[in-house]
Design a binder for this molecule. Structure first.
Ligand code: ADP
Ligand code: ASP
Ligand code: MG
Length: 408
């Protein structure tokens, strides 16, 4: 029988009534003749609560115990969803990550999937039992529970779709598709009927949390047809697919943003070969993810280096640089940090063939008096760092400038 993966996010399983609503959608697909693997998230707010409990218990917590605690949210939903399906007459069995097993590496809190053994799931499909799988979790080579990073149930779902050679992976969420930008920020946002894997990858990486970045990477690599749609309506959703399968050509398809960037400026740095390695080496060893980098013009042999890191990483970054100054002779005058910044990105495959896109972006921001503090570009993306207080204004202005209200 053809197989289908259906993933339900936190808001979609927030209470028992919503779990019933989701189960109803599963029943419909079962009646269409699919063997279904349902992947569930923790009930809305649960993972945040669990993370809070860990942090309140232990400031420098053991990441293995963090995973033991935060993975539990999904276990509850999996059991409840399985019971709900059974009550509806749909034979189902719940599976935690280790029971499948879904094997990962040992990077607790951000583990990567290494393999999924589908033999037992497939055997149960053969017995007429549909699967309800706790998303977000797996088992390490040491036999400990791991989690895949926030938003990781999307990645579980795509990985199961690939491993089970499912016909499709449907991601049910609280919006009815991928929009030109987060619909919470502007009412003008339009639902896209289709978006390419490449664009979705860039949008997710730039902060559009509707899909976890890694899930898009996997879908692209294994050619999993991915659909984003609403748990609360029967509206058609968005298909994430190959660029060739998209007819309409758009220069810019979407705008993504992150509010949780922080800017770090290291000033009075010796301007000599090796200095960038001297700064970014210790940061990478400390596990700090550096994004945008700007080096100022030097004066008197000294320069300033400005870069962005996730706001949560500010103190780790500062500590790593101070340690390099003490122990590795890294010379600089001072470190300044500022977390009142945000990053806004425009994404579109049309940038490959159209020139002047970045200029249009900068002009639209200038017209609103928004100052740009740093810029980075890739083949299909331009990102700018701005003061956080201008975030909404900037997104609106760019949405208008690229006529995204006419997209869809
Ligand atoms: P789930 O709990 O179902 O995984 P998430 O909260 O992780 O849901 O993701 C859905 C949210 O993503 C939406 O409520 C929306 O606010 C946000 N979002 C950000 N960018 C976009 C976009 N371009 N299109 C649709 N939703 C977006
Ligand atoms: N429950 C996890 C989280 O909130 C995983 C997910 O929902 O995708 O991050
Ligand atoms: Mg999510």
């Amino acid at each position: 029988m053809p197989r289908l993966v259906m993933k339900f996010g936190g808001t979609s399983v927030a209470d028992l009534a919503r779990i019933r609503g989701a189960a109803e959608k599963v029943r419909r697909e079962v009646e269409r003749g699919y063997d279904v693997a349902v992947v569930v998230s923790a009930m809305a707010g649960k993972t945040n609560e669990l993370v809070g409990w860990v942090r309140d218990t232990s400031m420098l917590y053991d990441a293995r115990e963090y995973d033991a605690v935060v993975a539990s949210g999904e276990n509850v939903t999996a059991g409840l969803m399985s019971l709900t399906l059974q009550e509806m007459g749909v034979p189902a069995r719940s599976w935690q990550g280790w029971q499948v097993p879904l094997r990962t590496n040992s990077t607790h809190g951000a583990a990567r999937i290494e393999s999924i053994d589908t033999a037992r799931l497939v055997q149960k499909f053969g017995e007429g039992l549909h699967a309800v799988i706790a998303g977000f979790q797996g088992i390490s080579p040491e036999g400990r529970i791991t989690t895949l990073g926030r938003g990781g149930s999307d990645t579980s779902a795509v990985a199961f779709a690939a491993a089970l050679e499912a016909e499709r992976c449907d991601i049910y969420t609280d919006v009815d598709g991928v929009y030109t930008t987060d619909p919470r920020i502007t009412k003008k946002a339009q639902k896209l009927a289709r978006v390419s894997y490449e664009e979705m990858l860039e949008l997710a990486g730039a902060g559009a949390k509707v899909l976890q970045t890694r899930s898009v990477e996997l879908a692209m690599r294994y050619k999993v047809p991915l659909q984003v749609l609403s748990s609360f309506s029967d509206e058609p959703g968005t298909l994430v697919c190959d660029e060739e399968d998209i007819m309409e050509s758009r220069v810019v398809s979407g705008i993504a943003f992150t509010r949780d960037e922080a800017r770090v400026t290291v000033s009075g740095v010796q301007d000599r070969p090796g200095i960038a390695a001297g700064i970014f080496g210790p940061l990478s060893e400390a596990g700090v993810n550096v994004d945008m980098i700007v080096q100022n013009v030097s004066a008197d042999g000294k320069t300033d280096m400005t870069f962005t890191v996730p706001a949560d990483d500010i103190s780790r970054a500062t500590r790593a640089l101070e340690a390099a100054r003490q122990n590795a002779g890294l010379g600089f005058a001072k470190i300044e940090t500022n977390d009142d910044v945000a990053k806004v990105s425009i994404v579109g495959v049309g940038m490959r063939s159209h020139s002047g896109v970045a200029h249009r972006m900068f002009a639209a921001l200038a017209a609103e008096g928004v100052n740009i503090k740093a810029i980075t570009t890739s083949e299909i993306k331009v990102s700018v760092l701005i003061d956080r207080k201008y975030l909404e204004l900037a997104v609106q202005a760019l949405h208008d400038a690229f006529d995204l209200d006419k997209a869809g």
